[in-house]
Structure formats: C-alpha cells, structure tokens
Design a protein. Structure first.
Length: 155
C-alpha cells in the first residue's frame, strides 16, 4: 500500500510542478519590448511589505468588494501557490525533512521564479510575492509535520 501511496505522491508532485510552471510562466504573455533593466526598475518591487500595504490601503480607502477581493486574492494566492511545495518536499525527500533544508530549497526556488519572471518579462518581480510564497510553503511544511503525513503515508 505504501508503495502505491508514494507513487501517487510523486505523480501528484509532478502535476503540481507542471501546474505551478504553467501559472508562473506559460499563461502569461511576455512584454519583450521593454529592456530588462527598465522592467525591473519600473515593474519590480524590492521593498518588503510595500505591495501588501498598498493593497490594504487601497482596500481600506475604496471599501468595496472588488478592491478587497483584489487584496485577498493577491495575498492569498501567493500564500497558496507554494503551500503544496512545503507539503510535498519533506514527504518525498528525506534530506528535506528538516525545516532549514526545506526552507533553503524553497527560498532558492521562489527567488529563481521571481527572477525568471523578470528576465522573461512575464510577471512582476516582487519581494512581497517572495515573502508570501515562503510563508505559504512554511505553512505546507507545518501541516505535513503537525499531522505526520510524511510518516503515515510514505515511511
């Protein structure tokens, strides 16, 4: 039974990686007319919490469903996007069962994704996206650890 569970887990992880790649890179149209330096300077955000605070201020000023939904969907979406990675990695790879190892791998993955989005000009490189992605992954890691999924399903 555990052998099948592990195969299903690996297949689920691969499907998640495929979906994540599609969302981050393939469902967006690149804007290659703008030079990379200008794109990072004009579109990017290197200041932590700047975008999040802008969303909250906008939602508080407008106080309508649309602006609140925009803030919640952006922040929540970034949290949810990497939550499965934090769940899958420690369960599938023994070397990543320690939180510091998993955090390093996820941090490198998140930073790489943001940089690639900027290089290919298909998304907005944003420090807040990285923070929310990391928090989501840590939440996934915590869920896997607290409920013991790695031991129950795969060990």
């Amino acid at each position: 039974m555990k052998r099948y569970a592990k195969k299903i887990f690996y297949i689920s992880f691969l499907l998640y990686i495929f979906g994540l790649s599609a969302v981050l890179f393939f469902f967006r149209k690149p804007n290659l007319q703008i030079p990379i330096e200008a794109y990072f300077a004009d579109c990017g955000n290197a200041v932590p919490l700047k975008t999040i605070m802008r969303y909250f201020r906008y939602a508080c000023i407008k106080r309508d469903t649309e602006s609140i939904w925009l803030a919640v969907s952006n922040i929540g979406g970034n949290l949810i996007l990497f939550l499965p990675m934090g769940f899958f990695l420690p369960c599938l790879f023994r070397a990543l069962r320690r939180s510091d190892h998993t955090l390093c791998v996820i941090a490198l993955t998140v930073i790489s994704c943001e940089l690639l989005q900027g290089i290919f000009r298909i998304g907005v490189p944003d420090a807040d996206d990285m923070l929310m992605n990391l928090l989501g992954a840590l939440l996934g890691f915590g869920i896997a650890k607290v409920f013991g999924f790695c031991k129950k399903i795969l060990s």
